[in-house]
Write a protein that binds this ligand. Structure first.
Ligand code: HEM
Length: 426
């Protein structure tokens, strides 16, 4: 425990999503961490969200790893992995069907099945496509002089990669974009109502699924997209896709998954649907945030930008540093299963515990001069892809997408400049 005292304004800055609109609250985090690597955060009602019971924020690197590694003490299943509690018991039951929100042995079984589907051959095939697609996307804006980096260049790459993993036909890919917006942007009205897909261009599966698109209720709001009602069209589509792939398997990862067996069990249609949902969200917004975030960081550090231009051999390290400095995932939640303690702080069974990747990545105990963006940093033990049993399943493909995109941007466009203040999602 440190000797500094905890300031309520710093706790609110850490907790309130509105803070992040203007940037991550690193100064507040540093002051809080100086008081101790685990702090108690109240959850007052903010931004239309009801008050919550409060939670423990884990801000140290070692403590983050400790919590993430120990599923027996810190469960993903008990309360799910989102900081805000699901609104209704049935919504908690719904998120618990997803591997992200499971503990061993259920979680171990699904990881085992997926490891049979993510074969080196299947992953390598997707990897080849990533390099070519990044080149093509950057080339399409190269002569323009100005563009929206997120919408015009970056956004298509993760959607295309996910569509390949999931075996979604080319003409239905826009659906993935809308679904991901709906889930990730649920705190932001414009994103939550995302509706860019043209059914006329989609397959029959897409049209049938869209007939189940959730409609606003009497109060004009859409059902919570973290519930099954809020994603009825996604589930209908995933169901039809699973039937189609069982009948006519392709060489995509989801077709391999449907044929895989682990200790004599196979994936059920219900499990496939929730995996489809998890992938559609996990592999999309993370990169749509991480690549522009990394480029913005480079622009804000011109000497590092120049260094990377002069030394393309630093690309791998630069991408790791971008991920450390601008983690696309800010925090994940666990729930204590027993009375326990972390770094001497007592935590009661049932308490919410949130690890902040954002804070762990700048822990001075592990990263010398942690606020310095340094594309030569090595070693770089950031936790942006998590740690332990839930370590990101897409980390390899995510790194490849970031490296390919950054390399093409530097190679084809050279030096980027801001054409206005970036607007952040809340
Ligand atoms: C820069 C991009 C990405 C970041 C920062 C990221 C981050 C994370 C993190 C922190 C977790 C751990 C969650 C936890 O501890 O509860 C995770 C899990 C996961 N990620 Fe990623 N991710 C990225 C890209 C991707 C991609 C491209 C895919 C799919 C191809 C993907 C699929 C998954 C899945 C399926 C899980 C759940 C694993 C499990 O529960 O065992 N992610 N990711």
């Amino acid at each position: 425990m440190g000797t500094a005292t905890v300031d309520d304004a710093d706790l609110l800055a850490l907790y309130d999503a509105a803070t992040y609109r203007t940037g991550a609250p690193h100064a507040a985090i540093d002051r809080l961490r100086a008081a101790g690597p685990v702090v108690r955060v109240p959850e007052p009602a903010v931004g239309g969200w009801p008050a919550g019971p409060g939670y423990w924020a884990v801000l140290g690197h070692a403590e983050t790893k400790e919590v993430l590694l120990d599923a027996a003490r810190f469960s993903s299943h008990l309360g799910g992995t989102q900081l805000r509690d699901p609104a209704r018991p049935e919504d908690l039951a719904f998120v618990r069907e997803m591997m992200l929100n499971q503990d061993p042995p259920e979680h171990t079984r699904l990881r085992g099945l997926l490891s049979k589907a993510f074969t080196p051959r299947a992953v390598a095939r997707i990897g080849d496509g990533i390099v070519a697609r990044a080149r093509h996307l950057v080339a399409a804006v190269a002569d323009r002089g100005r563009c929206d980096l997120v919408a015009d260049v970056v956004a298509d790459l993760p959607v295309a990669v996910l569509a390949e993993i999931l075996g979604v036909p080319e003409q239905d890919r826009g659906l993935l974009y809308d679904w991901s917006n709906r889930v990730i942007g649920y705190q932001d009205a414009d994103y939550a109502a995302s509706d860019t897909f043209d059914p006329e261009r989609g397959t029959d599966m897409a049209r049938a699924a869209l007939s189940q698109r959730p409609r606003p209720g009497p109060d004009g709001t859409l059902p919570d997209p973290r519930s099954r009602d809020g994603l009825a069209d996604l589930y209908a589509y995933a169901h039809a896709l699973a039937d189609h792939k069982r009948a006519e398997p392709g060489d995509d990862i989801m077709s391999l998954l449907l044929q895989a067996s682990y200790q004599g069990t196979m994936v059920t249609n219900a499990e496939f649907e929730t995996l489809f949902f998890l992938f559609a969200v996990a592999g999309n917004e993370t990169l749509r945030n991480g690549i522009p975030g990394g480029m913005l960081t480079l622009i804000e550090h011109p000497e590092q930008y120049r260094l990377l231009q002069d030394r393309p051999d630093l690309l791998g390290r630069a991408v790791e540093e971008m991920l450390r400095y601008w983690p696309p995932v800010i925090h994940f939640r666990r729930t204590a299963t027993v009375d326990t303690e972390v770094a001497g702080t007592p935590i009661a069974a049932g308490d919410k515990v949130a690890v902040y990747h954002l804070a762990a990545n700048r822990d001075p105990a592990v990263f010398p001069d942690p606020h310095r963006f340094d594309v030569t940093r090595d070693p770089n033990d950031h936790v942006s892809f998590g740690f332990g049993p839930h370590f990101c399943l897409g980390a390899h493909l995510a790194r490849l997408q970031m490296r390919s995109m950054v390399s093409e941007i530097l190679g084809q466009l050279g030096r980027l400049e801001l054409d206005g203040e970036p607007v952040r999602l809340m």
